[in-house]
Design a protein around this ligand. Structure first.
Ligand code: HEM
Length: 537
């Protein structure tokens, strides 16, 4: 009802100021007819949908209990591997059919080079839209600049900084009362500290700063994603009017700032990066080879040249014609994106690992024995390369991400095409039901996929069956860094501590979904100093 009331107000204002009543009524009628026609999208293609309502589509069923993945999976069980639903009147095709996934994400990638977006994000080519939100040649240009971020050599160089950050975590554990810690927040600080140090070359020491303004702002970006926001909802139900919603949102931010409210978290973060960036540029070519330097080396404010490259056809774009350049604003936006993409996801993956080690002691024993055997010689200390030589640990981390996938994987069609007999048109979102794939008996059996069983990764599986980091050219850019950090932190902690559950540690994790799929509550863990780690002199 309120949505209608607000629309009425907007229409009334437009009415009295700009346009005639008749024109407005005609526009409204055309809009409603278009909406009715849009609801035919899947019917015209012979694709099943759950029952939906006018205007809202399936949106409220989708976000019910803040658990989108489970709701989507329930639809898969009812409707089969491929079906459609509506967010407002925007169609979303859900699939766990590997043939369709392979076409969309790999073979026909250029027709699906965009991600699912919130209408409030504006056009993919908007100046402040970063790698995650860009598409076509703009995405390719940005990705080609960032691809070397975690090359083998660069990752090796990051090793000592990463270890320094993990040492801070160990000191935090040692200093905690009764060695008991709620780990989620602590690990978020670890992963943020590491990203600042390893990829931006700045030692923020966030782990030892209780109220770091920047950390709090980043946390707020994620927690805000769970909050009901009227403008966001309107933009989902009436995406064609997004310029209006974006304008109102910017106006709201502007007014808040003007009357002295603290900066909105995203603005605070981007300003911080703008300042850091200017400092690094004015210091001349710093002797650094990190992510920030990669972006700075690509800095070019010849926007005309850059935008010309973005207009090219991605299918015909050869590497030699690709301008590996970024504007100042793009660099700022990407610095912000990279931190948000990296810290929360890795910290939750690590939290789930600690929870598993605390609640399944035999898993801890298996990993500990592997570590003890590998590092028995005192001259070998854990580093970013050798932690990759522990096969059980590797399988353990992958199994964690199989049973607890953190991030959704979806694409948006940018060019009309046929996929497995389905006509897909620009704007259609194709979303993978990763819950269905990660728990598919044919792909992950014979041991019950509902069981936590790392050894299942020993067998060669279909490469499309593990989707924790996505697939195809837009696969997670930070995958190697995330895994290295997880393994190094686990090895360092297991050498020093036995990990145990406390009376408050939940046996089963309860999930909630905003930008990522995470746990609602923090996870308390007991770290008991280890006395049995043996090394040969
Ligand atoms: C365990 C930790 C992580 C998980 C589970 C994860 C998962 C994902 C997933 C599922 C995607 C979407 C891929 C697709 O659409 O095919 C993604 C994209 C991305 N991730 Fe991660 N990620 C993690 C850590 C990181 C880290 C540490 C960084 C950076 C430091 C990072 C940076 C990115 C970026 C930049 C993209 C966008 C790539 C593009 O659009 O081209 N991620 N991640």
């Amino acid at each position: 009802m309120t949505a209608w009331t607000d629309l009425e107000i907007i229409f009334n204002v437009c009415w009295s100021i700009f346009i005639s009543k008749e024109l407005l009524i005609l526009s409204l009628v055309i809009y409603l007819i278009r909406m009715i026609w849009k609801y035919q999208y899947f019917k015209q293609r012979g694709i099943k949908t759950p029952r939906h309502t006018f205007i809202f589509g399936n949106y409220f069923d989708l976000i019910k209990n803040k658990n989108e993945s489970e709701n989507v999976y329930k639809w898969t069980l009812q409707l089969g591997k491929t079906f459609g639903y509506f967010e407002g009147h925007s169609p979303v095709l859900v699939t766990s059919d590997l043939e369709i996934i392979s076409e969309v994400f790999i073979r026909q990638f250029t027709n699906f080079s965009a991600r699912k977006k919130n209408p409030m994000e504006g056009a993919d080519s908007r100046n402040l839209n970063h790698l995650m939100r860009s598409s076509k040649c703009r995405w390719k240009r940005m990705r080609s600049v960032m691809n070397p971020t975690f090359s083998k050599q660069k990752l090796e160089n990051m090793g000592p900084q990463l270890i320094e950050c993990i040492d801070r975590l160990i000191n935090k554990i040692k200093a905690s009362p009764k060695n008991e810690l709620s780990i989620t927040k602590v690990l978020k600080k670890l992963t943020m500290d590491s990203l600042w140090k390893c990829t931006y070359g700045i030692d923020m020491n966030i782990q030892n700063k209780p109220d770091n303004e920047y950390f709090e702002a980043s946390e707020k970006v994620f927690s805000d994603a769970y909050k009901f926001k009227f403008l966001k909802i309107l933009s989902i139900f009436f995406p064609e009017l997004d310029p209006i919603w974006i304008f109102i949102s910017n106006l709201e931010i502007g007014i808040k700032k003007w009357i002295g409210f603290k900066n909105e978290p995203k603005t605070l973060i981007i300003n911080k990066f703008g300042k850091t960036l200017k400092e690094r540029i004015s210091n001349g070519k710093a002797n650094k080879k990190d992510y920030m330097q990669l972006l700075i080396d690509a800095l070019d404010d010849n926007e005309r040249l850059i935008k010309k490259c973005d207009q090219l056809n991605i299918n015909e774009l050869e590497d030699k014609h690709l301008e590996k350049k970024l504007t100042f604003n793009e660099i700022k936006a990407n610095l912000k994106m990279f931190m948000l993409a990296g810290y929360e996801s890795t910290s939750y993956a690590l939290s789930f690992c600690f929870h598993m080690l605390a609640t399944k002691k035999y898993e801890q024993e298996l990993i500990y024995n592997e570590i003890e055997e590998f590092f028995i010689d005192e001259s070998i200390v854990p580093d970013i390369q050798n932690v990759n030589k522990l096969p059980y640990l590797d399988m353990f981390c992958k199994e964690i991400l199989r049973i607890y996938p953190i991030s959704r994987v979806a694409r948006r069609c940018v060019k009309e095409t046929m996929v497995k007999g389905i006509n897909m048109t620009p704007g259609l979102v194709i979303r993978i039901d990763h819950r269905a794939i990660h728990f598919d008996r044919e792909l992950w059996g014979p041991v019950d996929p509902n069981e936590f069983f790392p050894l299942r990764h020993k067998e060669k599986r279909n490469p499309l069956s593990f989707l924790a980091f996505g697939i195809g050219p837009r696969i997670c850019l930070g995958m190697k860094f995330a895994l290295a950090q997880m393994k190094l932190a686990l090895v360092e902690c297991l050498i020093k501590f036995e990990i145990e559950a406390t009376n408050e540690t939940p046996q089963i994790l309860e999930f909630t979904e905003g930008i990522l799929r995470t746990t609602e509550n923090d996870i308390p863990i007991l770290f008991k100093s280890r006395v049995d780690f043996k090394r040969e002199d």
